[in-house]
Design a protein around this ligand. Structure first.
Ligand code: PGA
Length: 261
């Protein structure tokens, strides 16, 4: 099946870098990362630095994403920033990241509301799903992926789902240095695409992008990005090093060139 999907490399900076550090870092990154328009490179800094970075950003090279956003557009929700407030700053928003699920107790219902709110406000959600080690060891991986995916995509039209991005991020591989094996990633991604096909039809499954995330670095990135069904990577730790991140972008660019030949 020929694949017209654009590879995405996403850098999730998490709760790192204040305004001046982030600005310095972006300056370095813009020097290190070449202009690669055949792929998409998206940076997810903390919400405080989105605005200043948006002014400095070289839009030929990068897009911005938010690490989170609340599903109520406005109101008495102390501490929250809504998707409606983010939509002129970002193209993408992470939803259901394992740190949101496990540190902040966000469940599938919250993830579903955030996906819907993002779509309603013109932001593309990157829905993160993945099993814990315990769930993998007890043979529940597919069930977990199924549950998180169906909850996250609930209430969307096929067209809205097709534009989305899913990140397969096994919880045990995030920030641990213990990345999944490429055949485990391949199996999970194929399963996810198959589920999307069951929910929305083959056309949607052909369009939706599915990334891998979990201890991706400049050494292992090619093993994941080269998988036929994998459309890129969500990178945490290694995205905080401009040289490593630039190398991952280069790997993705080469794979994309091959796919277009
Ligand atoms: P990591 O993080 O690359 O540091 O494992 C990935 C993520 O949290 O998305």
């Amino acid at each position: 099946m020929r694949n017209n999907r654009k590879i995405m490399i996403a850098g999730n900076w998490k709760e790192h870098m204040d305004v001046s550090t982030a600005s310095h870092f972006l300056h370095r990154l813009q020097e290190s990362v070449a202009n690669r328009q055949s792929i998409e490179v998206v940076l997810f800094p903390n919400v405080l630095v989105l605005q200043p970075l948006s002014v400095q950003l070289d839009r030929r090279k990068f897009r911005l994403g938010a690490q989170d956003g609340f599903y109520k557009d406005a109101g008495a929700y102390t501490g929250e920033v809504s998707m409606a407030m983010l939509n002129d700053l970002v193209h993408y928003v992470l939803v259901g990241h394992s740190e949101r699920r496990h540190v902040f107790n966000e469940n599938d219902d919250v993830a579903s509301k955030k996906v819907q709110s993002a779509v309603r406000n013109g932001i593309i959600p990157v829905l993160c799903i993945g099993e814990t080690l315990q769930e993998r060891l007890s043979g529940e991986t597919k069930q977990i992926l199924h549950n998180q995916l169906t909850a996250g995509l609930m209430h969307l039209t096929a067209r809205e789902a097709a534009a989305m991005v899913i990140a397969y991020e096994p919880v045990w591989a995030i920030g641990t240095g213990e990345f999944a094996k490429p055949d485990q990633v391949e199996e999970a991604i194929k399963y996810i695409r198959n589920q999307v096909s069951q929910l929305f039809g083959e056309r949607t499954a052909r369009h939706i992008r599915i990334l891998y995330g979990g201890s991706v670095d400049d050494h292992n990135a090619s093993a994941f990005i080269e998988l036929e069904d994998c459309d890129g990577a969500l990178v945490g730790g290694a995205s905080l090093n401009h040289e490593k991140f630039a190398k991952i972008v280069d790997v993705a660019f080469k794979v994309q060139q091959k796919r277009m030949d």
